[in-house]
Design a protein around this ligand. Sequence first.
Ligand code: B1M
Length: 232
Amino acid sequence: MFNTITGEMNNDGVLTELLRCVEFGKVNKTAPFPPYMRGMDGADELTLLALKHGIGPAEILNDALIRAMERVGRKFSEKKIFVPQMLMSAKAMNTAMVHLKPFFQSGEVKRRGKFIIGTVTGDLHDIGKNLVAMIVEGAGWEVIDLGVDVGSKQFIQSLQGNCDAVIGLSALLTTTMHNMKAIVQDIKSEFPAVRMIIGGAPVNEQFRIEIGADGYASDPQGAVTYLNSLVA
Ligand code: B1M
């Protein structure tokens, strides 16, 4: 991991350290949390270092950041960590994403269409939704991000000025995924022609069929593939 002569880390070392920072919620060098990492580089510095080493943004995202969040989720399920630690990990991940965002957004600027996205009512998880928004935007779509805890009313209001837009619903909780059904029905009754795609860890193709949504994607690229298929 370290070059003993120069004291520098190789690429695997940088990614491993970045993964550790997100897993344990070390945001940046000056952050006091976690106490045993005090004074060490955090997600902020290590993401910049990874980019400086020429590691691709997709590799940084998939091999360090998303893997770290998978570990965080597993430990939360096993009651080895609790909500405050999850929040610190989310903060570290978001800090890293600030540096990656320009790469994902620098795609073709010609707009293919509009995409309105939100995390559904009752759900405050936004990391996955933000990633989808970023990558869809990078793929040439104009993105209107309504944020978290978004219900039918906000989606419908947003559609009123953008009736040609495609809607994206994200949910991370088994409880809130069921709110998607009412949102799909409410939107379809006001705007029958609007296309809607759903995503998020607990949902799948079977659930999409059950609630009458038009598309399902397990990841941001799947959302791009679906959206592009509508304008092909
Ligand atoms: Co929460 N949380 N959380 N959490 N959290 C999960 C989801 C959980 C699985 C953890 C666990 O128990 N193992 C669990 C849900 C269990 C369940 O429903 N069966 C859980 C729980 C229980 C809770 C609380 C209820 C905890 C509590 O308070 N007791 C609470 C709920 C609050 C609320 O929303 N009302 C809660 C709170 C939080 C924090 C606020 C602390 C924080 C969120 C911070 C934030 O988002 N700003 C948090 C976090 C960080 C997590 C985990 C650890 C990580 C989520 C994440 O960001 N993953 C998560 C465990 C896990 O997922 N492993 C967990 C990384 C992200 C890139 O993946 O969001 O899946 P994901 O998005 C993916 C795909 O799903 C897809 O693309 C993304 C990129 O690949 N995708 C789409 C997502 N949306 C899409 C839309 C599309 C297409 C694809 O088209 C429109």
